[in-house]
Design a protein around this ligand. Structure first.
Ligand code: 5GP
Length: 182
């Protein structure tokens, strides 16, 4: 992204705001699990930066796993069709699982994922999401740890992409305010 583009993008959440909230979330999670080990499952690709920062703020023993799910591709609307593009590397049976997601929008992806994970017999499953857009929800969704609630706007940065780009941007910005009527 050029400096001009970066200047013209509206900053929704600054790097400092994100850092502070992620540290708080890490403390909330550590308080729940204590000395119990947890398996953190990052939903690829969008959660990789959030997960990397979050796990370093958790004091409980942590295993890191990744699961690839199809999502937006280069469009900005959810199709509701979810497919596993990369499965877990090992069994989660009997483990305390924390699913880490970048954003919960319609909730369809998380609904599918939680149903899928429950068939693998984990000891427990909780959900940590950096962002939530409740205005867009189509199905009830479990979120145990939430970073920020945001309005119905398409955001990029801090792992979130548009057409594969912007994931490496440190802040979360609104790509095209007009696109969602904002
Ligand atoms: P859901 O199934 O809850 O509608 O969609 C979840 C997925 O949609 C997220 O993991 C993310 O990949 C994508 N998504 C939803 N809203 C946004 C957004 O505002 N920006 C970006 N970059 N992706 C989004």
């Amino acid at each position: 992204m050029s400096e001009d583009q970066q200047r013209s993008m509206e900053v929704l959440l600054s790097e400092a705001q994100i850092r502070t909230r992620v540290a708080e979330m890490g403390r909330e999670i550590s308080a729940i699990y204590g000395d119990e080990a947890l398996t953190v499952i990052g939903v690829l690709n969008g959660s990789f930066i959030f997960m990397a920062d979050l796990v370093r703020q958790i004091s409980s023993p942590v295993r890191c796993e990744f699961l690839g799910l199809s999502s937006y591709g280069s469009a900005t609307e959810s199709s509701g069709v979810v497919a596993i593009t990369k499965d877990l590397g090992s069994s989660i049976a009997g483990q305390h699982v924390l699913v880490v997601e970048d954003i919960i929008d319609t909730g369809l992806t998380m609904k599918y994922l939680l149903e899928n994970l429950s068939t693998r017999h984990p000891a427990s499953v909780r959900v940590a999401s950096l962002l939530s857009k409740p205005a867009r929800r189509q199905v009830e969704t479990q979120i145990d740890f939430l970073g920020f609630t945001i309005e119905d706007r398409f955001v990029v940065g801090y792992g979130l992409d548009y057409a594969g780009l912007h994931r490496n941007q440190g802040f979360i910005g609104v790509l095209a305010p007009g696109r969602f009527g904002a």
